[in-house]
Design a protein around this ligand. Structure first.
Ligand SMILES: C[S@@+](CC[C@H](N)C(=O)[O-])C[C@H]1O[C@@H](n2cnc3c(N)ncnc32)[C@H](O)[C@@H]1O
Length: 251
């Protein structure tokens, strides 16, 4: 039997029998060959590290920029006035293309993700946009925090660090896995409720890939007592799929 040995930090060992141990290092399977990539959204140009091909691993979806982010960034770049001086938290930020664009207009943007590998590249992109000599417009008030939907410890830490809440919750292409949608809405509901004036809005760029997920998103919004409004003029084809932007608020 072929034996792969690796003494890396995330070593997995599977005992086959007494003498035969296969050790696999997760890092061996992770592609972190990120490329500095240029994006244009209306008049906004943005340079970020990202991969160009999606991983087949659900957890590493955040290493590439998804069609929902293109849809949301195009919309936001045409409507920058809504962001001026506001605060925002992004869920499932991936490489950070949406949050980093918003930080040009907002006073504070918190980018979040649950995946450690994705958080690493997210932090690297935040760093890139915090150093003026990188030829990128400098962004202010950007930070990254770990937030797994439905994880009450993570949400509580966000509440502690940002007791005043946010004007916007942003989500681009984050509804693609059925099991995580109820948890996503649990977290959204908590975040919507922090702001005392109840004026926080969840802006969700949704890309339709399966009828069951389309239905689940509307059902979960309604189960959580939320109102979902389609933003006029945002329904369009992105990456061969139909996308639309919803504004979701407390009822
Ligand atoms: C399809 S990618 C979209 C990334 C980015 N918003 C974009 O549009 O390019 C989904 C993102 O959500 C994150 N994600 C998936 N499930 C999550 C969960 N349960 N909690 C927090 N983040 C999650 C993934 O790590 C990934 O970054």
């Amino acid at each position: 039997m072929e034996e792969i040995r690796n003494q890396g930090p995330h070593r997995h060992e599977e005992e086959i029998d007494d003498d035969d141990t296969i050790s696999l290092d997760e890092a061996f399977f992770i592609n972190d060959n990120y490329q500095l990539t240029n994006f244009t959204f209306g008049s906004q140009e943005l340079q970020l590290f990202s991969l160009h091909a999606a991983s087949t691993d659900f957890d590493l979806t955040g290493q590439v920029v998804w069609p929902g982010a293109i849809l949301l960034n195009d919309y936001l770049s045409k409507n920058t006035e809504i962001l001026q001086g506001c605060t925002a938290i992004e869920l499932g930020s991936g490489v950070g293309v949406t949050g980093i664009l918003c930080s040009r207009f907002c006073q504070k943007v918190v980018l979040t993700d649950h995946n450690e590998e994705v958080l690493k590249i997210l932090k690297k992109n935040i760093e890139l946009h915090s150093i003026p000599e990188n030829n990128c417009p400098t962004s202010h008030g950007l930070s990254a925090e770990k937030l797994e939907w439905g994880n009450s410890d993570h949400v509580n830490r966000i509440l502690q660090n940002h007791p005043g809440g946010f004007d916007f919750i942003l989500g681009a292409d984050i509804c693609f896995q059925q099991s995580s949608i109820p948890l996503l809405f649990d977290t959204v509901k908590v975040l919507l409720l922090i702001k005392e004036d109840r004026k926080c809005k969840f802006i969700l760029a949704y890309v339709s890939r399966a009828k069951t997920i389309d239905l689940m998103v509307t059902n979960e919004a309604s189960k959580h007592g939320l109102q979902m409004k389609e933003l006029p003029g945002t329904r369009r084809i992105v990456g061969n799929l139909e996308g639309v932007i919803f504004e979701i608020t407390l009822n």
